[in-house]
Each structure stands twice: as C-alpha cells, then as structure tokens.
Design a protein around this ligand. Structure first.
Ligand code: DC
Length: 223
C-alpha cells in the first residue's frame, strides 16, 4: 500500500520535528517543502533579485537543481541546509513563496518526488494542492506565542542571537501573508485532521498521528 502523509500548518507548529519522527517510524522519505521556498529565497537574495522581477526569478528557478539527501537539501551540488533557517531568510521567504511561477515549479518537483517515494511532506499547501490524494492529512496548529517560544529556543540552541518579540512579530506577519496570498494560501484541507499542539508534547502529537496511520494500515484501507 502506497503511503504518503501531508502535514500542513503555520510556521513553528512543530511540523518538521514531527514529520522527521514519523518518517523514521514508518520508513518514509521526509520532504521539508518550506526549505525549497527558503532555497529560492536564499539565491534570489544573494543575486539581488527582487520578488517583482519575475523574469529573473524564472531564470533563477531554471538554474537551480534541487534534491534531498536524507533530511538535507542539496542545490547545485551544495548542501545549503544550514543556511536556510537564519532570520534574514525567514523574514523574506513569504514574498518569494507568493510568486505563482515559484509555486508552480516547486509543486511540480514535490509531486515528482512523491511519485517515486513514499513520503511525509510538510508545508502549507500539501493537503490542499500538492498531494490532494494523500493517504493521511494533518493540519498542525499552535498559538502564535507558543510557536514563537519554540523558534526562539531553537535558534538560541543553534547559537543564533535573537529577540523573542522580533520572532513573534515575524510569525504573526508570516501567518498573515501565508494565509492571505492569492495562490495556494495556507488553509486546512476539508479532509485533514486538525491537531492543536499548544499543550501537547512532540511525543503526544506523534503518537496521535501514528495511531491514526496504524489503524488505517491494519484495516488495510486509507483514511
Ligand atoms: O515551513 P517554513 O517556515 O520553513 O516555510 C517557509 C515559508 O515558505 C513560509 O513562510 C511559507 C512558505 N511555504 C509555502 O508557501 N508552501 C509550502 N508548501 C511550504 C512553505
């Protein structure tokens, strides 16, 4: 039985941590689609291409060869994973992720990966656009303050100096931009199961999702 799991939700809800554990548990490939939007943002910023310059963005997309190696994103043979989470990228990524040409190209790449492998994919539009027929769809949320606290601690642990209020403001701004953009905005798929992780540990969320997946597998059916 082909399994693919879609996990959508706002920034900092714990999607990637949870997706990685689920991937290991069910032997799936983990695809962090946010890192692909971040990669486009990184190269656009490095090359001083503003989001309004669609023709330059299109030629940039054409020149980026992306694939995953384990959890890491390799672009043009370079592992750029560590460069993608710095605040400068987080502050700019929503503008590039709103460009229809960028979305079209990255959605195509994501679908190609899911055709080849059983995946757990996290993002904003996986259950609504990329994998509309996913076997399992989850919509993971948490209060903005809780999400900001988690991001703040994660960045501090990586030795990146940040201010909690800046992170919270950025999360609120990104929530707004991601859910109000014209193309494929963040929203819960009608058939997705919503889980609020504000008061749940990572293990509790993973256990809840695993139970749902295991039940469907043992019944030999999909959700
Ligand atoms: O999950 P993340 O914070 O790394 O995502 C970075 C940005 O990319 C986020 O602000 C919205 C965008 N994104 C998107 O539009 N669609 C996706 N499938 C994944 C991310």
């Amino acid at each position: 039985m082909k399994i693919n799991v879609a996990i959508d939700g706002p920034a900092g809800a714990g999607k990637s941590t949870i997706a990685k554990i689920l991937a290991a548990r069910f032997n799936l490939m983990y695809i962090n689609t946010g890192s692909m939007y971040r990669a486009v943002t990184l190269y656009a910023l490095e090359n001083k291409i503003v989001p309004e310059n669609i023709s330059e963005i299109c030629s940039l997309l054409h020149n980026l060869d992306m694939h995953f190696q384990g959890d890491n994103l390799i672009v043009n043979a370079e592992d750029i994973t560590d460069k993608l989470t710095i605040p400068y990228i987080s502050q700019n990524v929503s503008s590039y992720a709103a460009i229809p040409e960028v979305r079209e190209r990255l959605v195509e790449l994501q679908r190609n990966i899911a055709k080849k492998y059983d995946v757990v994919m996290d993002g904003r539009d996986i259950g609504t656009v990329v994998l509309k027929d996913a076997s399992f769809k989850f919509f993971l949320t948490a209060a903005p303050e809780e999400r900001a606290k988690r991001r703040y601690e994660e960045l501090l642990n990586k030795g990146i100096e940040v201010n909690y209020q800046d992170i919270l403001n950025d999360i609120i701004k990104r929530d707004y931009m991601d859910s109000h953009r014209e193309v494929d905005p963040l929203r819960k798929a009608e058939d997705a199961i919503e889980i609020d992780s504000s008061f749940l540990s990572i293990e509790e969320v993973v256990d809840e999702m695993s139970k749902i997946i295991n039940r469907a597998i043992s019944e030999g059916s999909e959700m």
